[in-house]
Design a protein around this ligand. Structure first.
Ligand SMILES: NC(=O)c1ccc[n+]([C@@H]2O[C@H](COP(=O)([O-])OP(=O)(O)OC[C@H]3O[C@@H](n4cnc5c(N)ncnc54)[C@H](O)[C@@H]3O)[C@@H](O)[C@H]2O)c1
Length: 346
């Protein structure tokens, strides 16, 4: 039990935009944390966030080094735009502070590797928050597959089709779907299967009638370890019959199949024991969906704090692990441009 404010871990947040504000709600709701400073390149954003989240006005900054000197935090929360993740996180790590930051890890593989090295050099934790790992249905899929309930996983498919009219920067990007959205689904595939990426063939395209400038749709085949093939089909420019934002999934195992669609509880089927014939009769496999105490970004914050408190050794999305999900994004874009199968390295 936390009895005094002094026992709380002090946090400085960098990036006070829309997701930064979600994180400020998350940090201030957590009894193990005290928000002690806000940073943004736009001073007015840092100041208004400080006001709204009860941080003293003199603790709003445009410079992280100044914030660290003045606030003496125990950790830094990096919710800047992807291009801001590398400078922010490397600065915090170089000051000996652990970091939890938003996805995607970085805006390039070169920046991601620099951040990984900075974490190794400082011997401090850098964890990416992949909030979708902290959802009851997703944990149930991962546990069911790991239990062997449908045998060995051989293929996993994800469909993601939503007609999303964002306006703004996404409609100008070269690869809005793969770079800005698919990282969630690629990371979920790794979470579900426990497999790592080996190679990819991707074809990105911009469908007729698209309101995006760049390639907002893609068909992608990943070769994963354990002999698993992951097929991803997606578009942010598809009107009608939307899938879930988490994607609609089919997993084929050596002795059954699992469906996870429309954010409904996952279902699985296997042939009845001893059955024979052309199409074998099947039966449902029971899947337990356990409630999750801390969901989404609340879950990733708990895992980060538990690691700092040495209750667990390593969080799921520690930089050395999460870089594999990012590598899937950049390798897919490379394949799409080269027209070739590309190996995935990190
Ligand atoms: N997990 C999710 O579902 C989810 C959802 C939305 C956004 N995100 C991620 O959160 C991050 C932030 O997204 P957002 O929607 O809040 O963007 P945003 O543009 O609303 O806010 C970003 C803020 O960071 C500030 N900033 C930019 N570079 C900076 C730097 N170098 N130093 C300090 N401040 C800097 C900007 O001034 C802005 O206030 C992105 O990485 C995004 O991908 C994740």
């Amino acid at each position: 039990m936390v009895e005094k404010n002094t026992q709380k871990k002090k946090a400085v947040i960098v990036g006070c935009g829309s997701m930064g504000r979600e994180w400020m709600k998350n940090l201030t709701a957590n009894p193990r944390v005290e928000l002690v400073g806000t940073v943004d390149v736009r001073l007015e954003a840092a100041q208004s966030a400080a006001k709204d989240f009860n941080v003293p006005p003199e603790r709003a900054f445009t410079d992280l080094k100044q914030a660290i000197a003045a606030c003496a935090p125990d950790f830094v929360v990096d919710i800047t735009i992807p291009e801001g993740h590398c400078p922010t996180t490397v600065t915090a790590l170089s000051k000996g502070l652990p970091v939890i930051g938003e996805k995607p890890l970085a805006a390039s593989m070169a920046a991601a590797k620099k951040m990984l090295k900075a974490s190794e050099k400082a011997k401090k934790l850098y964890m990416v928050s992949q909030s979708r790992r902290y959802e009851a249905n997703h944990i149930a899929v991962a546990k069911t597959l790991a239990s062997g309930a449908i045998g060995d996983v051989t293929a996993i498919n994800c469909d993601f089709y939503i007609g999303a009219h964002f306006g703004g920067f996404r409609e100008e990007m070269a690869s809005p779907l793969v770079l800005d959205m698919a990282i969630h689904h690629f990371d979920m595939c790794r979470m579900f299967t426990g497999a790592d990426p080996k190679a990819v063939y991707a074809h990105e395209f911009n469908p007729k009638g698209s309101w995006y400038k760049g390639d907002v749709a893609a068909s992608i085949i990943f070769e994963m370890t354990k002999g698993i093939i992951f097929t991803y089909r997606g578009s942010w420019c598809a009107e009608g019959f939307p899938t879930a934002w988490n994607g609609d999934w089919r997993v084929v195992g050596s002795s059954g199949s699992l469906l996870f669609e429309k954010d409904q509880a996952p279902r699985a089927q296997c042939p009845k024991p001893g059955s024979t014939g052309f199409i074998r009769p099947v039966e449902d496999v029971a899947i337990a969906v356990e409630p999750v105490a801390a969901k989404g970004i609340a879950g990733s914050l708990e895992e980060f704090l538990d690691t700092l408190d040495k209750k667990i050794r390593k969080p799921q999305c520690e930089v050395h692990d999460n870089i594999k999900s990012l590598a899937m994004v950049f390798a897919a874009m490379k394949s799409s441009r080269s027209g070739r199968r590309e190996k995935i390295v990190w």
